[in-house]
Ligand binder design. Structure first.
Ligand SMILES: [Zn+2]
Length: 100
């Protein structure tokens, strides 16, 4: 674990808790640091819906996320997030039939 400290965290990565893929990177303002594991609802191009993403700011945190994701840590939360997204976002994309 040597030498990883030099990189200053300017960009954050966001990982979809449903499919585990890396989302669209967002550049944050400097100085606005957040706790590791911060969640943000973003559109996932793989899941094709808005879903919670976990923020990571360096390779160590990213690695931790991948391990936790592989261990199923986010499965339950992802289910809730998908259900929430269906209710709140997908109607706009696929309007329910029979509604007038
Ligand atoms: Zn996804």
């Amino acid at each position: 674990m040597a030498g990883t400290r030099k990189k200053r965290d300017e960009a954050s990565d966001f990982w979809c808790i449903n499919c585990g893929k890396k989302g669209i990177p967002i550049i944050r303002e400097r100085g606005r640091r957040r706790k590791p594991g911060h969640r943000k609802a973003l559109y996932c191009t793989t899941c094709r819906t808005v879903i919670n993403h976990v923020e990571t700011r360096n390779e160590e945190e990213a690695q931790q996320f991948r391990e936790e994701f592989a261990a199923g840590k986010y499965a339950e939360e992802a289910e809730k997030s998908v259900a929430y997204a269906r209710e709140h976002f997908e109607e706009r994309i696929h309007p329910k039939e029979g509604q007038k």
